[in-house]
Design a protein around this ligand. Sequence first.
Ligand code: PEP
Length: 258
Amino acid sequence: MKKPRIVVANWKMNLDVHQASLLTHKLADRIHVYRDVEVVLAPNYLCLQPLSMEIDRRKFRLAAQDGYFIDEGSYTGAVSFSQLRNLVHYAIVGHSERRRYFSESLEIVRDKVTAAVRNGIVPILCVGETREERNLKETRQVLHDQIVSALSDLTGEDVEQMVIAYEPVWAIGGHAPATPEDIEQAVNWLRYQVSELYGEKVENRLRVLYGGSDEPEFVSGIMGVEGVDGLLVGHASLNAEQFADIVEGVHIASLSED
Ligand code: PEP
């Protein structure tokens, strides 16, 4: 059976509860129920509870944008995966903005991936090189280190459920994604790392996304890359028309593979 494609809306630190609810309603009007595409909304923590009561579960699943790796205790301001466990299906972990602005090390990302899995939440692990690392031709080393470290506490059964998003940091937040050739090279390398660690069966089941300036016009090119199972969308996910077009584009690309 073909793996369902996934499109994740990473709303980042945008939208209050009211605005998130309005956008969700607009999306619900525009997005159909697709059997072959899972649409995942990742709002801020505050919006998760109200949205969980509003969404049509045939259309949407929820993701947290982060989570803390200790389940409970005196960690003021933190929200743990154990507190998120009945609210979300997925959690974004290791986003480059967390690595950069919140100093998340490889070890912290590993502990978060492990905590998400321990609490029955599917991690969407973000990996990707900065522009400087790309210029220094360190992309493969960076992806290797990020993947090997993040998965180091997991079994093959854990990893085959997971989602890994290739998000080159230099392509985030603009209007020009990485080229299909760049994406193909990185995704092949990333999949190769997983198959070396856990074997081909796990690598085949794992879903790999691309993220970085996804906009509707680029969807067919990116989804045409072998090994890409969906998209992680930032700024374009805040626009109902654009995001709905992206979801539709992923659905069309999936149909054309049949
Ligand atoms: C992201 O930050 O995960 C992302 C993909 O952002 P954008 O689509 O805005 O590049």
